[in-house]
Design a protein around this ligand. Structure first.
Ligand SMILES: *Cc1c(COP(=O)(O)O)cnc(C)c1O
Length: 470
């Protein structure tokens, strides 16, 4: 026998006796709180958590035979893990950034009426594609076409998955195999990898650059027209502004040029603003109705940006090109489901009723500096009760976001917070770990909160999150 056999055996025995301090799996399973956790997690997942915690405890005992491994301690550890496990990975957060349409935070929050409609339609059968009058197959976008017609005077509409899909479908249907004219100032990247030249290439249309980056004249477009030209694409430069020595033709001139050469005029409006935001200082956000009146053939925009509805892309314009787009087999691949249609329908009804206040994105945009200041002052007063937290009100700016209203912002009142010996980045990190997570801004070493994007009914949760910081 090798000389080392004896001591090894003794170690193993010692370890065995240390491990005997651990409770049995069954003993843990019969604890009242864990039985409760079992009802939400299910037996298999709870068992898995128990085994993981017991394994950790074994490791601890190996390192330190006197480690604390009472059944109560292990139970608490299992419950903490069970709580984390039961929490979905996609969950609501408090957006204190002041960016109203934050693409990373899910863009537009839906109106309560839209949510209610989704619940009703989702939990039962619906007439999604069924014409109740005639008792035969119908079209799913019929449910929103009438509303768009009433709101904008739109002769025809289609709804697809998002605006990227809408632009792609319009180009693929109307310009595949031919050329599409795009101003050099509009061959833009919107973010999230949506780039006009790449979408054109994938749609099978050849992009022909027109004019220069800052100035493109009508004559540049007409000089570029040749026998292969199928369409003109005008793009709203959503996320940047061209300032200074710039020029582009009026929409009416492009409409005239397109009709003279029998080309399709497609306009990617990006945000899809249904109301005039001019009074708020957003002169650069063209309303959809203006493009329709000007006579653009096909206009595309998102439903979850300024419109404040669910994720979708809207194609709107003349009946003939839209009928061709509907026949494209890719339309079927890019269509939306009943949840989207029902939420969109309910949101459009709010526009028809003139109830912008019921649409969160619109309400936030229209909240005045005075209202924000009053709210911020009240909140600051309540925060004042938290010792060691320093709160000041500072002037700042909220932005529409999501590529809307580029270069323009809304005046707001920010709460600037600081704690002694803690930097702003660390505070922001800790707020992100809160339940619910709070997303704040950090600028010039300050932790900033903008209440414009915080719902009234999140105020208490925000206050608690800040209390926990201290
Ligand atoms: C946002 C935007 C898009 C992309 O829209 P999605 O709905 O995110 O697909 C395309 N074009 C413009 C001009 C935009 O602003």
């Amino acid at each position: 026998m090798p000389a080392t056999a004896e001591p090894l055996k003794t170690d193993a025995h010692a370890a065995e006796s240390v491990f005997s301090r651990l409770p049995a799996v069954d003993a843990l399973l019969s604890r009242a709180l864990l039985r409760e956790a079992e009802s939400t997690l299910g037996h298999k997942r709870l068992l898995h958590l128990i085994r993981m915690v017991l394994e950790d405890a074994r490791q601890q005992l190996r390192a330190n035979p006197a480690a604390e491994v009472s059944i109560e301690t292990l139970e608490r550890q299992i419950l903490t893990r069970a709580e984390a496990e039961a929490r979905p990975s996609l969950l609501p957060v408090i957006n204190a950034t002041g960016v109203i349409l934050h693409t990373n935070l899910g863009r537009a929050p839906l109106a309560p009426a839209a949510i209610q409609r989704m619940v009703e339609v989702a939990s039962q059968y619906s007439n999604l594609e069924y014409d109740l009058e005639r008792g035969e197959r119908g079209k799913r976008d019929a449910h929103t076409a009438g509303l768009f017609a009433e709101l904008l005077g739109a002769p025809a509409t289609l709804v697809v998955n998002n605006n990227a899909a809408a632009v792609f479908l319009a180009l693929n249907t109307l310009a595949e195999g031919g050329e599409v004219l795009v101003s050099r100032g509009e061959a833009v990247e919107i973010g999230g990898s949506f780039r006009i030249p790449e979408i054109c290439a994938r749609s099978g249309a050849t992009l022909r650059d027109v004019g220069s980056t800052n100035r493109t004249r009508l004559a540049d477009y007409s000089a570029a027209v040749n026998e292969r030209t199928r369409a003109i694409l005008r793009v709203h430069p959503s996320n940047f502004r061209l300032e200074g020595f710039t020029e582009k033709p009026a929409l009416a001139e492009l409409v005239e040029l397109a009709s003279r050469y029998k080309l399709a005029l497609i306009e990617d409006l990006g945000s899809g603003c249904l109301v005039d935001l001019g009074p708020l200082g957003f002169q650069d956000e063209p309303p959809v109705a203006a493009s329709l009146t000007a006579g653009v053939d096909v206009i595309t925009f998102s439903a979850d940006k300024l419109l404040g509805g669910p994720q979708a892309g809207i194609l709107i314009g003349k009946p003939e090109p839209l009928a061709r787009i509907r026949k494209n087999p890719l339309f079927r691949a890019l269509r939306v489901d009943k949840l989207t249609i029902s939420a969109l329908q309910a949101t459009l009804e709010l526009y028809l009723r003139g109830d912008l206040d019921a649409i969160p994105a619109q309400r936030m945009i229209h909240t005045s500096l005075q209202q924000i200041t009053a709210r911020a002052e009240q909140f600051a007063m309540r925060l004042g009760a938290i010792s060691s937290l320093t709160v000041t009100l500072v002037d700042g700016e909220s932005v529409a976001g999501g590529g809307s209203t580029p270069g323009r912002s809304l005046p707001t009142k920010l709460l600037a917070l600081s704690l002694p010996q803690t930097n702003a980045t660390l505070l922001a990190n800790r707020l992100r770990q809160n339940q619910p997570p709070v997303i704040a801004r950090v600028e010039r070493g300050l932790l900033l909160l903008d209440l414009r994007t915080v719902f009234e009914d999140q105020t208490e949760a925000l206050l608690q999150a800040l209390q926990r910081l201290v």
